[in-house]
Design a protein around this ligand. Structure first.
Ligand code: SAM
Ligand code: SF4
Length: 329
Protein backbone atom coordinates (compact mmCIF):
# COMPACT_ATOMS: atom_id res chain seq x y z
CA UNK A 1 0.00 0.00 0.00
CA UNK A 2 1.49 3.31 -1.09
CA UNK A 3 -0.17 6.54 -0.02
CA UNK A 4 -0.45 9.74 -2.12
CA UNK A 5 2.86 11.00 -0.73
CA UNK A 6 4.78 7.87 -1.72
CA UNK A 7 4.93 6.44 1.81
CA UNK A 8 4.58 2.69 2.07
CA UNK A 9 2.05 1.69 4.74
CA UNK A 10 3.35 -1.36 6.55
CA UNK A 11 2.44 -0.77 10.19
CA UNK A 12 -1.02 -1.16 11.70
CA UNK A 13 -1.89 -0.16 15.24
CA UNK A 14 -5.09 -1.67 16.54
CA UNK A 15 -6.95 -0.38 19.55
CA UNK A 16 -8.73 -3.50 20.81
CA UNK A 17 -10.71 -1.68 23.51
CA UNK A 18 -11.22 1.91 24.66
CA UNK A 19 -11.52 0.72 28.27
CA UNK A 20 -8.75 0.85 30.82
CA UNK A 21 -8.11 -0.06 34.43
CA UNK A 22 -6.19 3.23 34.96
CA UNK A 23 -7.09 6.89 34.39
CA UNK A 24 -3.84 8.64 33.46
CA UNK A 25 -4.35 12.38 33.84
CA UNK A 26 -3.09 13.31 30.34
CA UNK A 27 -5.07 10.54 28.67
CA UNK A 28 -8.53 10.35 30.19
CA UNK A 29 -10.98 12.23 32.36
CA UNK A 30 -11.69 10.39 35.60
CA UNK A 31 -15.35 9.80 34.69
CA UNK A 32 -14.76 8.66 31.11
CA UNK A 33 -17.76 7.28 29.26
CA UNK A 34 -16.81 4.20 27.31
CA UNK A 35 -18.33 2.84 24.14
CA UNK A 36 -21.23 0.43 24.44
CA UNK A 37 -19.81 -3.08 24.13
CA UNK A 38 -22.17 -3.78 21.20
CA UNK A 39 -20.28 -1.20 19.09
CA UNK A 40 -17.02 -3.10 19.38
CA UNK A 41 -15.71 -5.41 16.71
CA UNK A 42 -15.54 -8.98 17.92
CA UNK A 43 -12.12 -10.55 18.27
CA UNK A 44 -12.91 -12.64 15.16
CA UNK A 45 -13.71 -9.49 13.20
CA UNK A 46 -10.51 -7.83 14.40
CA UNK A 47 -8.54 -10.89 13.33
CA UNK A 48 -10.21 -10.91 9.91
CA UNK A 49 -9.51 -7.20 9.39
CA UNK A 50 -5.87 -7.64 10.41
CA UNK A 51 -5.66 -10.47 7.89
CA UNK A 52 -6.90 -8.13 5.16
CA UNK A 53 -4.25 -5.56 6.12
CA UNK A 54 -1.52 -8.21 6.07
CA UNK A 55 -2.72 -9.23 2.63
CA UNK A 56 -2.26 -5.61 1.57
CA UNK A 57 1.31 -5.39 2.85
CA UNK A 58 1.16 -4.67 6.57
CA UNK A 59 4.16 -6.35 8.22
CA UNK A 60 3.92 -5.08 11.76
CA UNK A 61 0.89 -5.02 14.06
CA UNK A 62 0.75 -3.43 17.48
CA UNK A 63 -2.24 -4.08 19.73
CA UNK A 64 -3.04 -1.17 21.99
CA UNK A 65 -6.02 0.61 23.50
CA UNK A 66 -7.25 1.66 26.08
CA UNK A 67 -5.59 -1.16 27.91
CA UNK A 68 -5.43 -4.06 25.46
CA UNK A 69 -4.84 -6.69 28.15
CA UNK A 70 -8.14 -5.92 29.93
CA UNK A 71 -10.21 -7.04 26.94
CA UNK A 72 -11.75 -10.42 27.67
CA UNK A 73 -10.09 -13.30 25.77
CA UNK A 74 -7.66 -10.95 24.06
CA UNK A 75 -5.04 -13.74 24.15
CA UNK A 76 -7.08 -15.55 21.50
CA UNK A 77 -6.46 -12.60 19.17
CA UNK A 78 -2.75 -12.62 20.02
CA UNK A 79 -2.60 -16.33 19.25
CA UNK A 80 -4.43 -15.99 15.94
CA UNK A 81 -2.29 -13.07 14.82
CA UNK A 82 0.83 -14.80 16.09
CA UNK A 83 0.03 -17.71 13.80
CA UNK A 84 0.47 -15.31 10.86
CA UNK A 85 4.05 -14.46 11.86
CA UNK A 86 6.37 -15.58 9.10
CA UNK A 87 3.62 -15.63 6.51
CA UNK A 88 3.25 -11.93 5.74
CA UNK A 89 3.50 -10.60 9.27
CA UNK A 90 7.00 -9.85 10.61
CA UNK A 91 6.20 -8.54 14.05
CA UNK A 92 3.37 -8.65 16.57
CA UNK A 93 3.68 -6.38 19.55
CA UNK A 94 1.69 -4.60 22.25
CA UNK A 95 1.60 -1.37 24.21
CA UNK A 96 0.36 -1.90 27.75
CA UNK A 97 0.25 -0.23 31.13
CA UNK A 98 1.70 -3.45 32.55
CA UNK A 99 -0.94 -4.19 35.17
CA UNK A 100 -1.92 -7.53 33.59
CA UNK A 101 1.56 -8.68 32.55
CA UNK A 102 1.97 -10.86 35.62
CA UNK A 103 -0.86 -12.95 34.20
CA UNK A 104 -0.12 -12.76 30.50
CA UNK A 105 3.62 -12.34 29.91
CA UNK A 106 4.25 -16.04 29.26
CA UNK A 107 1.20 -16.30 26.98
CA UNK A 108 2.34 -13.29 24.97
CA UNK A 109 5.73 -14.86 24.46
CA UNK A 110 4.11 -18.16 23.47
CA UNK A 111 1.92 -16.32 20.94
CA UNK A 112 5.04 -14.98 19.21
CA UNK A 113 5.39 -11.55 20.82
CA UNK A 114 9.06 -10.68 21.33
CA UNK A 115 9.07 -6.99 22.24
CA UNK A 116 6.58 -4.98 24.26
CA UNK A 117 6.14 -1.34 25.26
CA UNK A 118 5.14 -0.66 28.83
CA UNK A 119 4.02 2.79 29.89
CA UNK A 120 5.60 4.04 33.10
CA UNK A 121 5.98 7.78 33.64
CA UNK A 122 7.64 7.73 37.03
CA UNK A 123 9.40 5.38 39.45
CA UNK A 124 7.96 7.16 42.46
CA UNK A 125 5.00 5.29 43.97
CA UNK A 126 3.14 8.41 45.13
CA UNK A 127 3.63 10.18 41.80
CA UNK A 128 2.56 7.06 39.92
CA UNK A 129 -0.65 6.93 41.94
CA UNK A 130 -1.27 10.61 41.19
CA UNK A 131 -0.56 10.31 37.45
CA UNK A 132 -2.67 7.21 36.91
CA UNK A 133 -5.31 8.22 39.51
CA UNK A 134 -6.05 4.54 40.30
CA UNK A 135 -2.72 2.77 39.82
CA UNK A 136 -0.40 0.97 42.21
CA UNK A 137 3.18 1.04 40.99
CA UNK A 138 4.02 -2.40 42.39
CA UNK A 139 1.51 -4.07 40.12
CA UNK A 140 3.06 -2.47 37.06
CA UNK A 141 6.62 -3.18 38.21
CA UNK A 142 5.76 -6.81 38.97
CA UNK A 143 4.28 -7.02 35.47
CA UNK A 144 7.40 -5.56 33.90
CA UNK A 145 9.63 -8.05 35.67
CA UNK A 146 7.33 -10.94 34.76
CA UNK A 147 7.71 -9.87 31.13
CA UNK A 148 11.47 -9.72 31.50
CA UNK A 149 11.50 -13.18 33.06
CA UNK A 150 9.39 -14.47 30.16
CA UNK A 151 12.10 -13.30 27.75
CA UNK A 152 10.30 -10.29 26.28
CA UNK A 153 12.39 -7.26 25.29
CA UNK A 154 10.97 -4.21 27.05
CA UNK A 155 10.75 -0.59 26.12
CA UNK A 156 9.49 1.78 28.80
CA UNK A 157 7.31 4.59 27.45
CA UNK A 158 7.23 7.75 29.53
CA UNK A 159 5.27 10.86 28.71
CA UNK A 160 7.36 13.91 29.63
CA UNK A 161 5.27 16.13 31.89
CA UNK A 162 6.41 19.54 33.03
CA UNK A 163 6.87 19.80 36.78
CA UNK A 164 5.93 16.16 37.22
CA UNK A 165 8.67 13.82 36.05
CA UNK A 166 11.18 16.22 34.53
CA UNK A 167 13.58 15.74 37.46
CA UNK A 168 13.39 11.95 37.17
CA UNK A 169 14.77 11.19 33.74
CA UNK A 170 18.33 10.63 34.96
CA UNK A 171 17.13 8.03 37.44
CA UNK A 172 14.89 6.43 34.84
CA UNK A 173 17.81 6.15 32.40
CA UNK A 174 19.86 4.53 35.17
CA UNK A 175 17.04 2.15 36.15
CA UNK A 176 16.41 1.14 32.53
CA UNK A 177 20.14 0.64 32.05
CA UNK A 178 20.32 -1.57 35.12
CA UNK A 179 17.50 -3.83 33.91
CA UNK A 180 18.26 -3.85 30.20
CA UNK A 181 15.25 -1.82 29.09
CA UNK A 182 15.10 0.84 26.39
CA UNK A 183 13.33 4.07 27.27
CA UNK A 184 11.12 6.11 25.03
CA UNK A 185 10.16 9.65 25.97
CA UNK A 186 7.00 11.14 24.49
CA UNK A 187 5.72 14.70 24.32
CA UNK A 188 2.09 15.19 25.31
CA UNK A 189 -0.30 15.50 22.43
CA UNK A 190 -3.51 17.51 22.47
CA UNK A 191 -5.95 14.60 22.20
CA UNK A 192 -9.32 14.56 23.93
CA UNK A 193 -10.86 16.48 26.83
CA UNK A 194 -9.10 15.81 30.12
CA UNK A 195 -9.71 17.45 33.48
CA UNK A 196 -6.79 19.93 33.38
CA UNK A 197 -5.03 22.27 30.96
CA UNK A 198 -2.60 20.53 28.62
CA UNK A 199 -0.38 23.55 28.06
CA UNK A 200 0.59 23.20 31.73
CA UNK A 201 1.86 19.67 31.03
CA UNK A 202 3.83 20.26 27.86
CA UNK A 203 7.58 19.75 28.15
CA UNK A 204 9.67 19.96 24.97
CA UNK A 205 11.99 16.97 24.65
CA UNK A 206 14.75 19.16 23.24
CA UNK A 207 15.08 20.47 26.80
CA UNK A 208 15.00 16.97 28.28
CA UNK A 209 17.70 15.76 25.92
CA UNK A 210 19.89 18.73 26.66
CA UNK A 211 19.58 18.03 30.38
CA UNK A 212 20.22 14.30 30.01
CA UNK A 213 23.38 14.99 28.03
CA UNK A 214 24.89 16.67 31.09
CA UNK A 215 24.94 13.26 32.82
CA UNK A 216 25.03 10.73 29.99
CA UNK A 217 26.95 10.35 26.74
CA UNK A 218 24.24 10.24 24.10
CA UNK A 219 25.19 9.09 20.61
CA UNK A 220 22.77 9.49 17.70
CA UNK A 221 21.89 6.19 16.02
CA UNK A 222 19.96 5.26 12.92
CA UNK A 223 18.17 2.47 14.85
CA UNK A 224 14.55 2.32 13.76
CA UNK A 225 11.66 0.15 14.95
CA UNK A 226 9.13 1.21 12.36
CA UNK A 227 7.70 3.71 14.84
CA UNK A 228 8.16 7.47 15.03
CA UNK A 229 10.95 7.61 17.64
CA UNK A 230 14.48 8.90 16.98
CA UNK A 231 16.99 6.95 19.05
CA UNK A 232 20.24 7.72 20.82
CA UNK A 233 22.51 5.22 22.54
CA UNK A 234 23.47 5.83 26.16
CA UNK A 235 27.16 4.90 26.13
CA UNK A 236 27.31 4.33 29.91
CA UNK A 237 24.47 1.76 29.95
CA UNK A 238 24.41 0.40 26.40
CA UNK A 239 20.63 0.96 26.26
CA UNK A 240 18.74 3.27 23.92
CA UNK A 241 16.58 6.31 24.51
CA UNK A 242 13.93 7.16 21.93
CA UNK A 243 12.40 10.60 21.57
CA UNK A 244 8.93 11.01 20.12
CA UNK A 245 8.46 14.68 19.37
CA UNK A 246 5.24 15.20 17.45
CA UNK A 247 5.13 18.86 18.42
CA UNK A 248 8.70 20.11 18.32
CA UNK A 249 9.58 18.07 15.29
CA UNK A 250 7.27 17.03 12.54
CA UNK A 251 7.56 13.24 12.33
CA UNK A 252 5.17 12.88 9.45
CA UNK A 253 7.48 12.58 6.42
CA UNK A 254 8.36 9.00 7.22
CA UNK A 255 4.94 7.95 8.51
CA UNK A 256 4.26 4.32 7.62
CA UNK A 257 1.27 3.68 9.90
CA UNK A 258 -2.47 3.77 10.17
CA UNK A 259 -4.68 3.14 13.20
CA UNK A 260 -7.74 1.00 13.57
CA UNK A 261 -10.13 1.61 16.46
CA UNK A 262 -12.03 -1.08 18.32
CA UNK A 263 -15.17 -0.11 16.38
CA UNK A 264 -13.52 -0.63 13.00
CA UNK A 265 -12.81 3.00 12.19
CA UNK A 266 -9.55 3.52 10.35
CA UNK A 267 -7.65 6.72 11.09
CA UNK A 268 -5.07 7.50 8.48
CA UNK A 269 -3.41 10.02 10.81
CA UNK A 270 -3.36 10.28 14.63
CA UNK A 271 -3.66 14.04 14.30
CA UNK A 272 -6.48 14.44 11.77
CA UNK A 273 -10.24 13.86 11.90
CA UNK A 274 -10.62 12.08 8.57
CA UNK A 275 -11.43 8.39 8.99
CA UNK A 276 -12.92 5.46 7.12
CA UNK A 277 -15.54 3.09 8.47
CA UNK A 278 -14.43 -0.50 7.86
CA UNK A 279 -17.07 -2.08 10.08
CA UNK A 280 -19.85 -1.54 7.53
CA UNK A 281 -18.01 -3.25 4.63
CA UNK A 282 -16.83 -5.96 7.03
CA UNK A 283 -20.38 -6.72 8.20
CA UNK A 284 -22.10 -6.34 4.83
CA UNK A 285 -23.75 -9.71 4.14
CA UNK A 286 -21.72 -11.65 1.61
CA UNK A 287 -18.79 -9.21 1.70
CA UNK A 288 -15.53 -10.88 0.72
CA UNK A 289 -12.09 -9.99 2.05
CA UNK A 290 -11.45 -8.34 -1.31
CA UNK A 291 -14.44 -6.01 -0.74
CA UNK A 292 -12.97 -5.02 2.62
CA UNK A 293 -9.53 -4.61 1.03
CA UNK A 294 -11.05 -2.21 -1.50
CA UNK A 295 -12.38 -0.03 1.36
CA UNK A 296 -8.90 -0.05 2.92
CA UNK A 297 -7.24 0.96 -0.36
CA UNK A 298 -9.72 3.82 -0.79
CA UNK A 299 -8.87 5.04 2.72
CA UNK A 300 -5.10 4.87 2.17
CA UNK A 301 -5.55 6.96 -0.96
CA UNK A 302 -6.77 9.75 1.36
CA UNK A 303 -3.94 9.56 3.92
CA UNK A 304 -3.05 13.18 4.72
CA UNK A 305 0.46 14.57 4.56
CA UNK A 306 0.66 15.30 8.29
CA UNK A 307 -0.98 16.44 11.50
CA UNK A 308 -1.83 20.00 12.60
CA UNK A 309 -1.08 19.74 16.31
CA UNK A 310 -0.30 23.00 18.04
CA UNK A 311 0.16 23.37 21.75
CA UNK A 312 0.28 27.10 22.34
CA UNK A 313 -3.45 27.68 22.44
CA UNK A 314 -3.71 28.16 26.17
CA UNK A 315 -7.16 27.31 27.40
CA UNK A 316 -8.36 26.30 23.95
CA UNK A 317 -10.14 23.04 23.25
CA UNK A 318 -7.93 20.04 22.39
CA UNK A 319 -6.76 19.86 18.77
CA UNK A 320 -8.83 16.71 18.42
CA UNK A 321 -11.82 15.73 20.48
CA UNK A 322 -11.10 12.01 20.49
CA UNK A 323 -8.92 10.52 23.18
CA UNK A 324 -5.69 8.62 22.61
CA UNK A 325 -7.43 5.63 24.22
CA UNK A 326 -9.89 5.53 21.31
CA UNK A 327 -7.42 5.87 18.45
CA UNK A 328 -4.76 3.85 20.22
CA UNK A 329 -1.42 5.23 21.38
N1 SAM B 1 -2.96 1.54 28.05
C1 SAM B 1 -1.78 1.30 27.31
C2 SAM B 1 -0.64 2.10 27.85
O1 SAM B 1 -0.84 3.00 28.66
O2 SAM B 1 0.48 1.81 27.42
C3 SAM B 1 -1.91 1.51 25.82
C4 SAM B 1 -2.69 2.70 25.34
S1 SAM B 1 -2.03 4.28 25.81
C5 SAM B 1 -3.22 5.36 25.08
C6 SAM B 1 -0.59 4.35 24.74
C7 SAM B 1 0.41 5.44 25.06
O3 SAM B 1 -0.16 6.69 24.78
C8 SAM B 1 0.88 5.46 26.49
O4 SAM B 1 2.28 5.38 26.52
C9 SAM B 1 0.41 6.79 26.99
O5 SAM B 1 1.31 7.30 27.92
C10 SAM B 1 0.34 7.60 25.73
N2 SAM B 1 -0.59 8.73 25.77
C11 SAM B 1 -1.88 8.76 26.16
N3 SAM B 1 -2.41 10.00 26.03
C12 SAM B 1 -1.42 10.76 25.52
C13 SAM B 1 -1.32 12.13 25.14
N4 SAM B 1 -2.34 12.96 25.23
N5 SAM B 1 -0.13 12.57 24.66
C14 SAM B 1 0.93 11.72 24.53
N6 SAM B 1 0.90 10.44 24.86
C15 SAM B 1 -0.25 9.96 25.35
FE1 SF4 C 1 -5.11 3.74 30.34
FE2 SF4 C 1 -2.93 3.79 28.83
FE3 SF4 C 1 -4.62 5.90 28.87
FE4 SF4 C 1 -3.19 5.38 31.02
S1 SF4 C 1 -2.39 5.95 29.00
S2 SF4 C 1 -5.39 5.83 30.98
S3 SF4 C 1 -3.04 3.20 31.00
S4 SF4 C 1 -5.05 3.89 28.10
Amino acid sequence: MIDPFGRSISYLRVSVTDRCDLRCVYCMAEDMTFLPKADLLSLEELDRLCGVFIGLGVRKIRLTGGEPLVRRDVMALFRNLGARLGSGLDELTVTTNGTQLGRYAEDLRAAGVRRINVSLDTLDAAKFAAATRWGKIDKTLDGIFAAKAAGLAIKINAVALKGFNEDEFDSMVAWCGEHGFDLCLIETMPLGEIDGDRTDQYLPLSRVRERLSRTWTLTDTDYATGGPARYVRVEETGQRIGFITPLTHNFCESCNRVRLTCTGTLYMCLGQEDAADLRAPLRRPGATDEDVAEAVRAAIARKPKGHDFVIDRRGAAPALSRHMSVTGG
